[in-house]
Design a protein around this ligand. Structure first.
Ligand SMILES: Cc1cc2nc3c(=O)[nH]c(=O)nc-3n(C[C@H](O)[C@H](O)[C@H](O)COP(=O)(O)O)c2cc1C
Length: 304
């Protein structure tokens, strides 16, 4: 069974990769399995300077997923390049660097910094962060701002740029088309949905940040809907993410139009989830009548 997928900058052995923020820089998971088994590794968001993240509590369980407000904790791009990426070079796996910032200039600077390493194969722009200059508006919720940050990063990046879309918008197709026009090589979708939980004893929001990002099985139908809609509206490839727990979920994303998938929250429940999904994928594809991954992409659209 051919599990390989070719995407801009990425020759994937298989379409399964851990999602940013749910795998750190891979070291912890390498105690469980050989990271070379993975299609790719997506590392935790990199910002220009070190960030300590939000105060605790910053995660909470929900019936069908979790809420988090980590606050982009990371050691800063230079430390990531010097201390984290060399470790991943020992593995035969492409690395995608997730890039975040508070201003367009910060995104540009982080993307520029990654030029001095050949350890990454692509950049994933996390445009769910607030744009400080625009007064806290998320980059990803405004088509013009999303396009601007994409264009600027494309100008300085030596590797293909995937833009990770936020679902917290009215019209995701409009944002997807704007970043495609601005030169994005691909899309990753979706990031977390804004959510909240109130602690009954203390009569206040459970997370110190009050609001957090909802992830896990609860968001899968939203992600599938958005991938499906965007697949019909753009030509660039889509990496699907949101609530994947089983191999059937992986196939569902492929049918909706994703060329590859990321697995986030499920890693916290089962650190072996990614290699298990890779192992189970051939039988699942065969069961539903496919002889390769490529064959299944977009086949959930009745007109295809
Ligand atoms: C604890 C945690 C940290 C995350 N950190 C990041 C991050 O740094 N950058 C990013 O683009 N997405 C981040 N995400 C979002 C995930 O990459 C993914 O888009 C989201 O969790 C949906 O997938 P899932 O339902 O499989 O978890 C984070 C998610 C979680 C749960």
């Amino acid at each position: 069974m051919d599990l390989s997928v070719k995407l801009p900058g990425l020759n994937l052995k298989n379409p399964i990769m851990p999602a940013s923020g749910c795998f750190s820089f891979g070291k912890e998971y390498s105690q469980f399995y050989d990271l070379s088994l993975l299609g790719a590794v997506v590392i935790k968001a990199a910002t220009l300077n070190e960030r300590l993240g939000n105060p605790t509590p910053r995660v909470a369980e929900t019936y069908s997923g979790m809420l988090n407000a980590i606050g982009l904790q990371n050691p800063g791009v230079e430390t990531i390049i010097d201390q984290e990426l060399p470790y991943l070079k020992d593995y035969d796996v492409p690395v995608i660097a997730n890039v975040a910032g508070s201003t367009v200039e910060e995104y540009e600077q982080v993307a520029k910094a990654f030029r001095r390493t050949d350890a990454i194969s692509a950049i994933e722009l996390n445009i769910s962060c607030p744009n400080v200059k625009e007064g806290g508006l998320q980059f990803g919720t405004n088509a013009d701002v999303a396009a601007e940050v994409t264009r600027k990063v494309k100008q300085v990046s030596q590797v293909p740029v995937y833009v990770k879309l936020t679902p917290n918008v009215t019209n995701v197709v409009e944002i997807a088309q704007a970043v495609e026009q601005a030169g994005a090589d691909g899309l990753t979708m979706i990031n977390s949905l804004t959510g909240m939980q109130i602690d009954l004893q203390n009569r206040r929001p459970l997370l110190a940040n009050k609001v957090g990002g909802l992830t896990g099985p609860a968001i899968k139908p939203v992600a599938i809907r958005m991938v499906y809609q965007v697949y019909q509206a753009v030509k660039i490839p889509i990496i699907g993410v949101g609530g994947i727990m089983t191999v059937e979920d992986v196939l569902e994303f492929l049918l909706a139009g994703a060329s590859a998938v990321q697995v986030g929250t499920a890693n916290f429940q089962n650190p072996m989830i990614c290699p298990e999904l890779i192992e189970q994928l051939p039988a699942c594809l065969a069961k539903y009548g496919f002889t390769s991954v490529e064959e299944a992409i977009g086949k959930g659209h009745p007109s295809e």
